[in-house]
Design a protein around this ligand. Structure first.
Ligand code: PLP
Length: 253
């Protein structure tokens, strides 16, 4: 069978009919950096920019089959995972990741929409922590997702976030990027945590206004740089720059 030789990012996630988040944002981001994508859809959602009306998870086998076909058809150089919807889909995706340990994978642990609707079913967070963490080169929780993943209250300060991050690292992830965008302050600070490395802070000026899908964009941009064989720290720096420039453009419009 013909194999496409140019590097691809395999996007695994939910569709968002509004186009604000999910796989539409992922494909837009990865393509704009100049890398090709292939796809495994996990769920169909009916959304506007204000609300999530319907969520229809796909059969877990169908998600795994899409991933295996994408990996067979293309040279997949990174995998970016977003909305997983159910515990069964998490288990199916974990099985495919275990078959492909050589491909760096990034998890954006999407738990809920900004409007407050759960995008992962109740009870699946523990399954995510147990089954997925050790399979990822990088996991990118925001402060709310981090607290839910470790089963604690929202961290009140940077020391608290650092402690929760270390607890999640102990679940096996190779690195965590804790996104501080939802916190307060003039600067938006993200923290890169790796075992046996000093914590690394990434600071950016907090911009006015907000934009949907920034979590999808950041993880996709980082995955794209990893697919281009850039080191992790470099990929995070470039990914953050990509999102900052998008936010800047959005604020100016
Ligand atoms: N819908 C899908 C399919 C998503 O993957 C995400 C986030 O990753 C969202 C909705 C939520 O996006 P937002 O919080 O920007 O509304």
């Amino acid at each position: 069978m013909a194999l496409r030789r140019e590097p691809h990012v395999l996007v695994v996630g939910g569709s968002d009919s509004s186009g604000g988040a999910g796989i539409a944002r992922d494909i837009e981001t990865i393509s704009s950096i100049g890398v090709r994508t292939c796809l495994a859809v996990t769920a169909l959602t009916v959304q506007t920019h204000e609300a999530v009306m319907e969520i229809h998870p796909l059969q877990p086998d169908l998600v795994a089959d899409q991933m295996r076909a994408a990996l067979q058809a293309n040279k997949v150089a990174a995998i970016k995972i977003g909305m997983l919807a159910t515990a069964e889909i998490i288990v199916a995706v974990a099985a495919v990741l275990r078959e492909n340990p050589q491909v760096p994978a990034i998890l954006d642990p999407v738990l809920a929409s900004t409007s407050g609707r759960a995008l992962l079913e109740a009870g699946a967070i523990a399954v995510m922590k147990r089954n997925l963490m050790p399979l990822f080169r990088l996991v990118t929780p925001n402060l709310i997702e981090l607290a839910l993943l470790v089963g604690s209250e929202l961290a009140v300060d940077e020391d608290g976030a650092l402690l929760q991050g270390q607890e999640l690292l102990a679940a096996g992830a190779q690195a965590l990027l804790i996104k501080g965008g939802h916190a307060k302050g003039i600067m938006s600070r993200d923290l890169l945590l790796r075992p046996n490395c000093l914590p690394l802070w990434f600071d950016a000026l907090r911009l006015a206004g907000s934009m949907r899908g920034t979590g999808c964009m950041l993880a996709s941009a980082i995955a794209t740089h990893l697919a281009n064989a850039r080191p992790l720290e470099d990929s995070v720096r470039n990914g953050k720059l990509f999102v900052f420039e998008k936010l800047q453009k959005n604020a100016a419009e």
